[in-house]
Ligand binder design. Structure first.
Ligand code: PEP
Ligand code: MG
Length: 316
């Protein structure tokens, strides 16, 4: 079955009726690039830059070291898109020299963009390094911030990008329900949205992503999560902008069809999932994806949502 999926699967992501849905890879650094290329990724939808910061517990990596690492990833996708996420420190990714050690609820504390706004020098160095890394390359660089809560956060990030002289699209991750609820307001400041469904599920259901006992609530098929995806995608469409998904949700082939039906414009996932998602998406039309999405949203549980979408797509 694996071989069949891979054989049937090459070229750009699209529905059966030719509606394009770029399939992008999540990478953690240059080491993940070969697998992304082999899977036929059309670019990178989430470059997690945390890896660069793990070697030294006291200092941020030098600008030169960052330029080198970013350039290696950018060079691998000529004419492709590369979406770089600036440092997401804190909560499940603590960094000694940046993350406050005394927070009662680190996931609700200073993490993601909040950390960077408290340490503008770290953000400035990262954005400058990205600007230098992209110089002279034909790649479509997009840079996004994790944990954007509202329009003020989006503006602070966009201002920092402009001040660093970055020639790229600036975006906001939607990982906090407030950003999904007010997506149109956030979009006044940035050019694209990317849904981080892992954290969006955590914050929507008040269910820590690291606590197995509440994993039922982390299921990305939860209809409440699908509602927030739909709100974000509709807002982006109304503003003429894009809204991708880069959380784990995008790697489930059936859910990928549902997300497409909700209006999501690109899907980013671990490279190993790309052939399966590509093959499944190619079997269904946009209208079928939309019907599956409506059926899933009409359900009252994650399990019923999955069953309902499956029934629509298998023509039952
Ligand atoms: C997410 O939260 O869905 C996401 C893509 O970011 P991370 O898993 O790195 O927090
Ligand atoms: Mg996240």
């Amino acid at each position: 079955e694996r071989r069949a999926a891979l054989a049937a699967s090459s070229g750009p992501g699209a529905t059966a009726d030719g509606h394009k849905v770029p399939l992008l890879a999540n990478v953690g650094g240059p080491a993940d690039v070969p697998a992304a290329l082999e899977a036929g990724a059309e670019g990178v939808g989430l470059f997690r830059t945390e890896f660069l910061f793990l070697d030294d517990s006291k200092n941020a990596p030098s600008e030169e070291k960052q330029v080198e690492a970013y350039r290696q990833v950018l060079e691998a996708f000529p004419e492709g898109r590369v979406v770089v996420r600036v440092l997401d420190a804190g909560a499940d990714k603590p960094l000694d020299f940046l993350t406050p050690g005394d927070e009662p609820n680190p996931a609700l504390g200073v993490r993601g963009l909040r950390t960077l706004l408290d340490h503008p020098d770290v953000l400035r160095t990262q954005l400058t390094a990205l600007a230098k890394a992209a110089e002279g390359l034909p790649v479509y660089l997009e840079v996004m911030a994790p944990m954007v809560a509202d329009r003020a956060d989006a503006k602070a990030f966009a201002d920092a990008c402009r001040e660093a002289g970055l020639r790229a699209k600036f975006g906001a991750m939607v990982e906090i329900p407030s950003a999904a609820l007010r997506a149109r307001s956030v979009l006044q400041e940035v050019e694209f949205l990317s849904l981080g469904t892992n954290d969006l599920a955590q914050y929507t259901f008040a269910a820590d992503r690291q606590v197995g006992a509440v994993s039922r609530l982390q299921d990305p098929w939860q209809p409440a999560l699908l509602d927030l995806v739909a709100l974000s995608a509709e807002a982006a469409k109304a503003e003429g902008k894009s809204c991708g998904v880069c959380g784990e949700a995008a790697s489930d082939p059936l859910l990928a069809c549902v997300l497409t039906g909700l209006g999501v414009t690109s899907l980013s996932m671990g490279a190993a999932s790309i052939p399966y998602v590509r093959a499944t998406l190619a079997k269904f039309t946009m209208a079928q994806c939309e019907r599956a999405a409506a059926a899933a949203r009409a359900a009252d549980s994650a399990e019923d949502a999955r069953t309902a979408a499956q029934a629509v797509l298998s023509g039952e």
